[in-house]
Structure formats: C-alpha cells, structure tokens
Design a protein around this ligand. Structure first.
Ligand SMILES: [Zn+2]
Length: 508
C-alpha cells in the first residue's frame, strides 16, 4: 500500500524528455514507482491534465536566514521550489566573527530578515537552520565576503596571513557540509579581491570537489574581461565554475548575450567545467552601495557615510564611477528604482524622480541608509531569452526575502519562467524549462536523488498547470501551482501552503 498516488498526470522526469501520462506512487519520503496500475494507496490525488515534475531546485537565492525567522513565508513553496541554494554573491552569514558580523550587517542588512547577526561557524549555521525546520531543502555556499571580512576586516589590501586564514575557514566550512564557495566581485569586500585570491580559495573548493559560484566583477561594459577572469580562475584551480545570474547590463551592451554564451561554450570546449544560472526578468536588484565605486565602502558603513557627507569626496567618487567603478555607468538614473530605504517616501521612485542631480541624490540616499536596495532596469528581453534558452543555463531566482516591496523574482521566478518564457515567447519548450529548473541544477550542485522524478528518488514533487501558471501581482502569490511535496510531505495542497516544514539541510 503506497502512501500517496498522484494519478493520471503529465509526468516530466526532469531530464528534458517529453512528458508521459502516468501515475506517481510515493511511500515515505521516496517515489517508489512511476507508471500505470501501481496498486492501492492510502490517498489518491487526481492530477489529470496537470504537469507532475520534480520539485524545483532554485540554483541561486539569498534565503539564508528565512528558516531562522520562525515564520517561513512559503514564497518559494508556492512556486514549486523544494530546494534552494543559498549563500550566493559572496554573502553568507557564516563563518563570521563579531566584527565581521557588524560589517556585513551594515551593508547587507537587507538579507538578514531582520535578525541580529552574531559570530557563528558554518557548522553552527547549518545546525541552526536544521533545528529551525526549513520549509524547503537548503544547500549552502560559503560567501567570500564572510571569509574575507572575518580574516581581514573591510580593508582593501590583504594583511599578511589573511589569505591562509580565509582558506582555513573555507576548508572548515566545507568540512561542515557547505556546497561550495561563492563570490560577489562587484560588492565590497569581494571587489577588492584579486584573481589570485579567488584562485587560492577556488583551489580549496576544488580539493573537496565542490563548486565555485561567482557574481562576476562586471556584467556591463567589461563583461567579457570579467567572464575571462572567472574562467581563468577555474582553469588555474580546476574548480567547477557556476556563473551566477548570467546577464548583460547597460543599454549600450544590449544584444551581447551571444558573446557571453560563446565564451562559456569556448571554455567548455577547452575542458573547463563551467555553466551558469539566470532569471527571467529584464530588471535586476541590488544594494544601492553597489552603484558607488568599491573604494567608498573600504572603511565600513560609518566611514562611507562620512565620505558621502563631504562634497569633495563625492566629486572624487563621481569621477571614479564615471570611469566604470561600481555599477553607476551601467545604470540609467531613470531605471534605478528605490525598493527599501529608511525613508518610505522615496521607495518606489527612481533616482531621476527623487532629485535633480542623480549622483548627488544617490550619495544622499546611501548616506541616509547604507543598507538601501534598488531595482535596476538594465537588461534587454532578447538577451534574457537568449541566455535562458542556452543548454548551459539553469534557473536561479536570485530572490531576496525582503519585507514589503522587493524584486518580483523572489515570489515569481518560476511562474514567470513558465508563463512568459515558455507560453508567451516560446523561447523554451515545457520539458526543457522543467529540466532547467530541476535536474540541470541538481546535477550542477551535486544533489544526489534530487531533480529527477523516478523510482528511488526523494519525493520532492511539484504539480502545476502549465496553461495557467502566472504571477500577476509582483507582491502577491503566483497562480497555477497546486501541489508540492517535500520528501513526501504535502507542503502545498490545492494551492494552499500547509505549514509543513519538511525541508532538510543537504550537506555536501
Ligand atoms: Zn549577485
């Protein structure tokens, strides 16, 4: 007697093969059979006309601390996600010492879910998440910013011995089960890291057979050089490389997606194990300080506020920004929209709308709230679709669980994939889109037994209506996702979150 039978659905196995009409039998936390006439079950759910897929694996999120809030929001479950890779873009909240916890909170406070951040080891972090009983499975990367800030503070130059200390902290975290290393080379302190520093750390990840995921140093004018840098790090260290949220930003770079993809494919032909992830939106989102030259944040948040209060310093920084330091040059002031800021009056407005001189406005807004976040309208739809369609690219939302207004990708990435990319634009067929959201990512991050729907796999399952999935309201819930199982436990039933917290920490 099975525990559950999903009867008569259109079953996608996650490999990209065409769907087949079949029943799916679940017993305990496993799928025991896929086929016809599978025998009796305690519970039968008729899923005729619906797609039955492996639970989605979100390759790139910032949900690191969601479980620790004690009030999991279900934003990911509601779109079929059963596993999240956290700790991306160089930011993880372990391992940290007291001072590093303060520095990171000053700039990346938006990612803390309002929780106080203190010193912790990576093993301690994973144990806390486990004890908090997450709603989705958690795969955790070690952020370079955590390593560097703990070993070296916010200084640009590495002190003697700091790199050895970073490598030791990384090894300790990988021993604890971290899935790999991440970097955010556009954000402080990642922006201070030379390629040699990243190569030394990537070599540690490689020794453990783990992945290195990087937010490139530049996704706009100098994207080719930034990508070549990451590939050179992979070549020198032998590490498996994941290029995070692949995109081409800045109006003058629109149309350059084929060049990005050609570089990835050339690297693979040269024997480098590289792939990437992307999200289906033409806008990105980030911390507002990323628009400033990285040197501005080298002294920490207090020093930054001091600098921005000095008109001469502001001019010096503007000159550096105009030369391409920071994201300023890739941004159009009319396309930079405030998401979170201490002054609620500016939220939802663009830099161009808030003040007459965009640079001065930017400096004043950052000085008033160094943790402010913005939405950046910076990509071209054709580029986004071209990248998503490439076989090397999996799906990663880059979602941030901000309270209130945030980028819609946190709640809407996967419905947007099926509604816009598959249905509206036809840029992917359904089995391929499912593959990019499941097995492609599970394989990339070494998640055995996940991402495929077949006998013996863990029963992480998503049942959705491909004709109806949508995310009409950016702050609201998606439609069309009806049932989600996490390790056989119903986490969404008839479109409603059940409150089950069956997620596990998936240690490497
Ligand atoms: Zn990033």
């Amino acid at each position: 007697m099975h525990d559950l039978l999903l009867r008569g659905g259109s079953v996608h196995d996650g490999t990209g093969a065409p769907a087949v009409t079949a029943d799916v039998a679940v017993a305990g936390d496993r799928i025991v059979a896929v086929g016809r006439d599978l025998g009796p079950a305690r519970r039968v759910v008729d899923v005729d006309g619906l797609a039955v897929a492996p639970g989605f694996v979100d390759a790139h999120t910032h949900s690191d601390l969601v479980a620790l809030t004690g009030r999991p929001e279900g934003a990911k479950l509601r779109q079929g996600v059963t596993t999240e890779v956290v700790g991306n873009c160089g930011v993880s909240f372990a391992p940290l010492d007291e001072a590093a916890a303060g520095h990171l909170t000053g700039i990346y406070g938006d990612l803390t879910c309002g929780l106080p951040i203190g010193p912790r080891t990576f093993a301690g972090y994973l144990a806390e998440v486990e004890a908090a009983r997450p709603t989705t499975n958690v795969v955790a990367l070690v952020g370079h910013a955590a390593l560097r800030t703990t070993a070296n503070g916010m200084a640009e130059a590495l002190a003697p011995g700091a790199l050895d200390r970073m490598c030791a902290l990384l090894a300790e975290s990988l021993d604890a089960g971290a899935a790999g290393l991440s970097s955010g080379l556009v954000y402080p302190p990642g922006s201070h890291a030379a390629p040699e520093e990243m190569t030394a750390l990537a070599a540690v990840a490689q020794r453990y057979g783990r992945i290195y995921a990087t937010h490139l140093r530049d996704e706009g004018d100098r994207l080719p050089e930034a990508l070549d840098e990451a590939i050179a790090v992979a070549e020198a260290s032998g590490v498996r490389l994941q290029v995070s949220h692949c995109k081409v930003t800045g109006r003058r770079n629109h149309g350059r997606a084929p060049d990005l993809l050609a570089r990835l494919h050339a690297a693979r032909r040269a024997g480098i194990d590289v792939a990437g992830d992307a999200y289906p939106y033409t806008s990105g989102a980030t911390v507002m300080v990323a628009l400033l030259p990285p040197s501005a944040t080298a002294g920490g948040a207090d020093r930054l506020v001091q600098l921005l209060g000095d008109p001469r310093e502001r001019e010096r920084l503007r000159a550096a920004a105009d030369h391409g330091q920071g994201l300023w040059r890739a941004a159009d002031p009319g396309g930079v929209r405030l998401m979170r800021h201490k002054d609620p009056g500016v939220c939802g407005r663009t830099l161009a709308e808030v003040g007459a001189d965009p640079w001065t406005t930017l400096c004043e807004l950052v000085a008033a709230d160094p943790g402010a976040t913005v939405l950046l309208e910076a990509m071209d739809l054709t580029d986004v679709l071209t990248i998503l369609a490439d076989p090397l690219i999996g799906i990663g939302s880059d979602g941030t669980p901000s309270a209130g207004a945030g980028h819609p990708r946190n709640r809407g990435c996967f419905p947007e994939l099926f509604a816009t990319v598959v249905r509206t634009h036809g840029a992917l067929d359904l089995p391929t889109a499912v593959h990019k959201a499941t097995a492609a990512n599970a394989d990339r991050f070494g998640l055995a037994g996940r991402g495929r729907l077949g006998a013996g796999a863990v029963a992480d399952v998503c049942v959705f209506d491909p004709a109806r999935v949508a995310h009409p309201d950016p702050l609201g819930e998606p439609a069309g996702f009806l049932h989600v199982l996490v390790a056989g436990v119903p986490a969404v039933e008839d479109g409603r979150v059940t409150g089950a917290r069956a997620g596990r920490v998936l240690r490497a």
